[in-house]
Design a protein around this ligand. Structure first.
Ligand SMILES: Nc1nc(=O)c2c([nH]1)NC[C@@H]1CN(c3ccc(C(=O)N[C@@H](CCC(=O)O)C(=O)O)cc3)C=[N+]21
Length: 299
């Protein structure tokens, strides 16, 4: 029997811990955790993510502000907004929703966020701290942090002796995920589109993390029997069976056939996605504790 991990439930327990930490911090120090989410342009999927982030921030008891900028916003205007949020003492976390419209260069914007407020964990200072194993003072990218929490639910804190394969090598996910697994003592392989015989490499994994960006690409014969499969894909595909023009969300793993082989698997939706938002809230309350000179909670 396959265990399907309920990411919504794990995310809800993280959110409960965030709420508790937020109200304790406010009672002790008067500091209310503050999150600013910035979105540029009118991509509907991005707007729906940002709406759920802002809603969740309010639920956590944060000061939650959202800046919605028009698609024509210039690089200078966006940079100025980030600067003002950097200087705003009531804001502890800044998230600039990606991707930005094509005429904007996201890299200088992300690197201009003060590392202490970089709740996405994308600043080179935070990436560097993760790479050097300094998990105590940096901020860790939300999706890998969330995926690791799910892995921990199954395998505990110490992954000694386990082979982990991460398919994907982006700065946003693959690289930080591999580093987190390595930090937990797993033996880690980072595979990607140029890997020779991807299915064979994947089959060596006790923990297989799929972030390939291709709907349902990881098939049953890519999976070692009994493995734990973490599906990081978020792909919207046509669903004519639901009616004309309808779509549905699928992962990077062919879920039904993979479930026959894996011992544990995360679904899409309801797996890693909800964890991403929960870890954003966790990072914000961590950043607020540090700003107030308090020991940050662990998640
Ligand atoms: N600066 C930045 N940081 C991000 O963390 C970031 C970003 N930009 N841009 C876009 C991606 C995507 N992302 C998701 C968050 C939650 C779900 C999520 O909760 N998904 C639900 C389903 C949602 C639905 O039904 O559409 C689920 O998987 O169950 C998915 C995707 C964060 N991202």
């Amino acid at each position: 029997m396959t265990t399907v991990i309920d990411g919504k439930q794990v995310a809800a327990s993280v959110i409960e811990a965030v709420k508790t930490a937020t109200s304790a911090l406010e009672t002790e120090t008067g500091v209310k955790a503050g999150l600013a989410v910035v979105i540029v342009g009118d991509d509907p999927a991005s707007h729906s993510y940002v709406t759920s982030k802002s809603k969740m921030a309010k639920e956590c008891g944060f000061k939650s502000i959202q800046h919605t900028l028009p698609a024509e916003t210039t690089q200078e205007e966006l940079a100025k907004l980030v600067q003002s949020l950097n200087e705003d003492a009531s804001i502890h976390g800044i998230l600039v929703q990606l991707p930005l419209p094509k005429h904007l260069n996201s890299e200088p914007i992300i690197q201009s966020i003060r590392p202490e407020k970089d709740v996405d964990g994308l600043h080179v200072v935070n990436a560097g701290k993760l790479a050097t194993g300094d998990l105590a003072t940096g901020l860790i990218s939300c999706t890998p942090a969330g995926a690791l929490l799910l892995v921990r639910r199954i395998h505990g804190e110490d992954l000694s002796g386990l082979n982990a394969v991460v398919i994907g090598r982006s700065n946003l996910f693959g690289k930080p995920m591999a580093q987190l697994l390595l930090n937990a003592n797993a033996t880690v392989t980072t595979a990607h589109s140029r890997t020779k015989d991807l299915p064979s490499v994947a089959r060596t994994a006790d923990i297989l993390v799929a972030a390939v960006g291709q709907p349902q690409m990881v098939k049953a014969d890519w999976i070692k029997p009994g493995a734990t499969v973490i599906d990081v894909g978020v792909n919207r595909i046509a669903a004519p069976e639901r009616g004309e023009g309808r779509t549905r969300l699928v992962g990077d793993v062919a879920f039904t056939e993979a479930s026959d082989v894996a011992a544990v698997i995360t679904p899409v939706p309801g797996g890693v996605g909800p964890m991403t938002i929960a870890m954003l809230m966790a990072n914000t309350v961590i950043a607020a504790h540090r700003a107030a000179g308090k020991t940050a909670p662990k998640f």
